[in-house]
Write a protein that binds this ligand. Sequence first.
Ligand SMILES: NC(=O)C1=CN([C@@H]2O[C@H](COP(=O)(O)OP(=O)(O)OC[C@H]3O[C@@H](n4cnc5c(N)ncnc54)[C@H](O)[C@@H]3O)[C@@H](O)[C@H]2O)C=CC1
Ligand SMILES: O=C(O)C(=O)COP(=O)(O)O
Length: 414
Amino acid sequence: MAKTSLDKSKIKILLLEGVHQSAVDNLHNAGYSNIEYLPTSLDEDALIEKIRDVHFIGIRSRTQLNARVFDAAEKLVAVGCFCIGTNQVDLDAALARGIPVFNAPYSNTRSVAELVLAEAIMLLRGIPEKNARAHQGGWLKSASNSHEARGKTLGIVGYGSIGAQLSVLAESLGFKVLYYDVIAKLGMGNASQASSLEELLSRSEVVSLHVPDLPSTRWMIGEKEIAAMKPGSILINASRGSVVEIEPLAAAIKEGRLNGAAIDVFPVEPKGNNEEFESPLRGLENVILTPHIGGSTLEAQENIGIEVSEKLITYSDNGTTVTSVNFPEVALPAHPDKHRLLHIHDNVPGVLSEINRVLSENGINISGQYLQTNEKVGYVVIDVDKAYGPQALEALKKVQHTLKIRALYSSQNS
Ligand SMILES: NC(=O)C1=CN([C@@H]2O[C@H](COP(=O)(O)OP(=O)(O)OC[C@H]3O[C@@H](n4cnc5c(N)ncnc54)[C@H](O)[C@@H]3O)[C@@H](O)[C@H]2O)C=CC1
Ligand SMILES: O=C(O)C(=O)COP(=O)(O)O
């Protein structure tokens, strides 16, 4: 087995929030056996204790990785977000410490789109209310406020992977699709782009939100925007709880200005399945409340487990950072006969020439060099002859502005 900077059995991996077993299997198959698996997230203090000797951490949307946590994570090499959103991670703090963050940008896209489409149809028919009544022994047989999806306008806010997938599915069912995005995007099928959020809100029977959590999307749907929606329309949010102000939404439903809502994500979500869920939306008719399960299907979770564990394994074994969400992306070939040195440094002038000077002064021959930078960080990968591995590593540690350094030793030398 390839010898890396550390024996694989010494590389500690912490997997939180019940990531799918496919991730554990994949890591085991790649030779990583030192895995701690927890079904829940950890609060900040518990995480700080746990993360001290961890090399790789896998999380989902709940675990908050902030600068304080990263400060404690002295051995951390990389983060895997087993989900799409990465707003729970302070990406700049990770970058400043030379830690790449990976995610699964597409694996649960379809799951979210399918759920939203089903909810749109259910809400257009007033099913949550009728279903609740029937369970209580009632009988609400009526066509009042019940509508076909055919010909209705679905307004999609955020036309990225999920928004575009939803667009295709919805149009095939007869919805007219209107979308709003900060970027000009080509519509799928016959979908057309609205010129403003206000235009979309005023023209749609169903509005569905698919934007990431950004400073610009925080509370983007508040009292004013809800008032701008068509009377009797429906709001769906399966993006992030920070996007919609819940109080004005609850008021609009109670007053009958909106006909219903489906909300999967909330400003405050319970930390686990045993904690009570509190929300002003509880008990309101024609409101579907789901516990942040937009991406929680077995298919999506299995794919995410494979995809993100693969990215962590590749970075650990080979140094490749392709698809990292915060890091310079370098695609690397295998290095069967060479030692590979990974050097992460502040992106300031002169570091690369200093690296080359130090290596040359130590008589170390460079057989391959790969460099990528972003605004803050430079990532240079150097393949050297086997004989020089440890010596080169020591020399590189002395280079100023070094953030992190790692060696991947050639398998032939182990
Ligand atoms: N409920 C759940 O379980 C899940 C929730 N999500 C959430 O859904 C979000 C969207 O996912 P994807 O479609 O994969 O992301 P994406 O990055 O492919 O698309 C987001 C789109 O929003 C647009 N956007 C950004 N700021 C905007 C603004 N102020 N106004 C209008 N558009 C804006 C972007 O230009 C982009 O086209 C994720 O960031 C995540 O927070 C994702 C998966 C599961
Ligand atoms: O993929 C995302 O961004 C999600 O919100 C899904 O989060 P989860 O993995 O279900 O905690």
